[in-house]
Write a protein that binds this ligand. Structure first.
Ligand code: ZN
Length: 508
């Protein structure tokens, strides 16, 4: 028998860079395929059953009379949020979280990262490690994740198998590296690297899942010969469904080395562009030090940026000027306008958030939100008093990123960066139900979230406006103090794949 899930309670729904909708008491129905069937925005508590009965006939008409209806009623202090999107992370580096913070990028790769990643030459090691890795990202509410594997084909197949089994939505790539890495961790040639990349793509597609897709993953320009970049660019050009992920302009030493290696190219961004690796399916991690021409080029090609503030602080790479990037890319219905309503603001220069484990020390996108906020405040402080960079005429540059923008980057912005904005990132009928049930109630046991004794017991007598204001406050508490303890359930395509309640039920 197929099941229809109906959720009754508070919903927070990102709309644009500057707005999200707060629905203190809504109904949301998920059909048996995991797709959102309908949303009732404001429902009085005494009308809930009546509304459900009214709308149920539509679902029965589509899915048969014998569907089973399962209603979940949220408590005060709980709300539904779209699942978080991690647009850049490294699965094999998770065992290294919290190690090597004394290094900057290139030394950190040599001393910390490459030794760990090389252990994945043994697929049995991957089978032991990857399930725990993927569970950690799910526990922190990441429903869609862009993973780098290692350069090993078999272990990256294991990563894809693991994600499929655990039910997360993901892009999975095998690193391409045929130079400037240690002998023990390098592919023998560009030809070998391209061959195993093609094999991985074929393997992931043979899994026949809507949730998991292959992504081309040249580690960064330094680790790839021109032949390898050219070969990957040819693959990208000939296959319009293939995503691309790589690093760009993360660290000044890395940039100098790249310019030295590719002195025929005009810039770091041009290294990728001249090899046909910049397009609307490209996710560029970091972009801390891109110059004006490079940002224009990125925007022109439709590529987007994964902002990884935890890693950028931790490896002392620098602070990406995300506000400026958003200002550059703002569009409304495909055209650039100056005085548009906030509710219509989307960005052509797509930006999402990345945990970048283990340059970043946490698999949590909530942590990335906190650091993105701090980063924007630090950038604002730095440019204050420099009239040429005045924040007055900008929407985002030189200002702290507001809650709505942070939430957008972590959900709908990340979804757009992955070309999945029509499927995930917010709640609309027809989209997949990728969602979290969040709780800020005291029984979650998170000492970083305050509530007054008795705050969540008993009925509340408040106007709709008061209820919305209170939900805004609870959302902010979660974004700045929340962790995995506050994530009760994690859904991907309507299926519960994680959260504290699932972990609890597995224990019993
Ligand atoms: Zn990275």
């Amino acid at each position: 028998m197929s099941t229809i899930s109906i959720f009754c309670g508070a919903i927070i729904n990102p709309q644009s860079l500057t707005e999200y909708t707060v629905l203190p008491r809504a109904l949301l129905a998920v059909d048996p395929t995991g797709t959102i069937a309908w949303i009732e925005r404001e429902v009085d508590s005494c009308d809930v059953q009546k509304k459900i009965n009214q709308r149920l006939s539509e679902l029965k008409a589509s899915f048969g009379e014998d569907v089973h209806v399962f209603v979940t009623e949220l408590q005060d202090g709980e709300f539904i949020l779209p699942g978080l999107v991690d647009t850049h992370t490294h699965a094999p580096q998770v065992p290294n979280m919290g190690s090597g913070q004394q290094y900057e990028l290139l030394d950190w790769l040599e001393n910390v990262t490459f030794p760990m990643e090389s252990r994945f030459r043994d697929a049995e090691f991957a089978k032991m490690v990857y399930p725990d890795v993927v569970r950690r990202f799910i526990a922190f509410g990441t429903t869609t994740c862009c993973y780098y594997g290692t350069l090993h084909l078999e272990s990256t197949k294991v990563l894809a198998d693991t994600i499929l089994k655990l039910g997360q939505r993901a892009l999975v790539g095998k690193c391409n590296m045929d130079r400037n890495c240690p002998d023990y961790y390098r592919e023998p040639s560009a030809g070998d690297s391209l061959k195993s990349t093609k094999e991985l793509i074929a393997y992931i597609r043979s899994l026949n899942s809507d949730l998991i897709h292959p992504v081309l993953t040249p580690r960064f320009a330094i680790s790839c010969t021109s032949d390898l970049l050219r070969g990957l660019g040819d693959m990208a050009r000939s296959d319009e469904t293939l995503a691309i992920q790589t690093h760009i302009a993360e660290n000044k030493g890395e940039i100098a080395f790249t310019k030295d290696l590719f002195n025929e190219c005009k810039s770091y961004a041009d290294v990728y562009d001249s090899n046909d690796l910049l397009c609307e399916r490209t996710i560029l991690a970091h972009a801390v030090h891109l110059d004006d021409h490079e940002l224009d080029l990125v925007k022109k090609t439709g590529a987007g940026i994964s902002h990884c503030p935890t890693s950028n602080f931790n490896l002392r790479s620098g602070m990406a000027h995300i506000g400026e990037m958003l200002d550059r890319g703002i569009k409304v219905n495909g055209t650039f306008l100056e005085n548009v309503d906030d509710g219509e603001l989307t960005s052509l220069l797509q930006v999402g958030l990345g945990s970048d484990v283990s340059g970043g020390f946490s698999p949590s996108i909530v942590t990335a939100i906190q650091h993105a906020s701090m980063c924007s405040k630090m950038v604002a402080l730095q440019i204050a008093g420099r009239p040429s960079l005045s924040a007055k005429s900008s929407r985002f540059a030189g200002k702290q990123l507001p809650i709505a923008t942070l939430l957008y980057l972590a959900t709908l912005g990340g979804a757009s960066l992955c070309c999945m904005e029509n499927k995930i990132g917010s709640f609309t009928p027809g989209k997949s139900f990728d969602a979290l049930i969040v709780s800020v109630r005291p029984e979650t046991g998170n000492p970083a979230i305050w509530s007054m004794p008795g705050e969540f017991s008993g009925a509340r007598n408040q106007t709709e406006e008061e209820a919305k204001k209170r939900l805004d406050a609870l959302l902010e508490q979660f974004l700045f103090g929340g962790d995995d303890r506050n994530i009760l359930k994690v859904f991907v395509q309507g299926k519960c794949i994680g959260g504290t309640l699932l972990r609890g039920s597995l224990k019993n």
